[in-house]
Design a protein around this ligand. Sequence first.
Ligand code: NAD
Length: 260
Amino acid sequence: DLKGRVAVVSGSTSGIGLALARAVALCGGDVMLNGLGDPDAIEKTRADLAAETGVRVLYHPADMTQPDQIEDMIATAHRELGRLDILVNNAGIQHVEAVENFPAEAWEKIIAINLSSTFYATRAAVPIMKAQGRGRIINIASAHGLVASPFKSAYVAAKHGVIGFTKTVALELAQQNITCNAICPGFVETPIVAKQIQDQARTRGMSEDEVMKSVILGSQPTKRFVTTDELAGVFLYLASDLGASANGSHFSVDGGWTAQ
Ligand code: NAD
């Protein structure tokens, strides 16, 4: 039960972020959505979720490459929704390319969105959580925060960075009733993966079908995608009071990928 709680979920206009925002709303918590996309489609998502769940659902258009916009997103959630209990640093992008051809612009953008935005949002949220005497910071890392795959240098570096950042923040706030943890999903069928299947096919000279079977699900022993409901399960545990002693950890939901 998250009644009376307020969550901010970065990158929640699609995929995992939207599923986690939905999980908060279904448990009675108010939520601030964020992410890119068509404004009419986003407004429909926002209004539908509010109507379905009866909680307050707001949207903030902060671009996760822009620290001042990230700070405004946190301040606006606190001002408009009255609290900030759960921060989910979820926004992320991917670029698949051999390291020697990896465009500097793609490297910088991935580090900014997948790693630095987590720092800026956390930095802005911590004083609010400290004043409340409670907080949950949940970073959506990846199996690629623990192990690597070729052609994903920026993504793997950023996600390993997220796990290091998670541990550090956890230690700093351990006595303030604020926890910081990372969730490490394996492959989940979302738009980011659909695009990757196309990119991997190009980079490796394979058909999209071959990429799906041997590259994507090749690393995942269950041979199926992780579902967003399976991520919501561990997410709700971490967000709830039951998760109070889970701190500075990563929680793999990857069908056994990183057991290999
Ligand atoms: P997605 O593409 O469906 O969602 C990404 C979200 O981030 C979208 O809402 C998008 O609008 C937002 N976003 C992108 N750039 C942004 C920017 N500059 N500013 C604000 N928002 C921005 O992908 P997803 O699979 O749901 O990914 C969510 C997170 O989960 C990412 O951090 C991703 O790395 C991670 N993850 C995904 C998988 C997977 O297999 N799908 C596996 C492990 C980790």
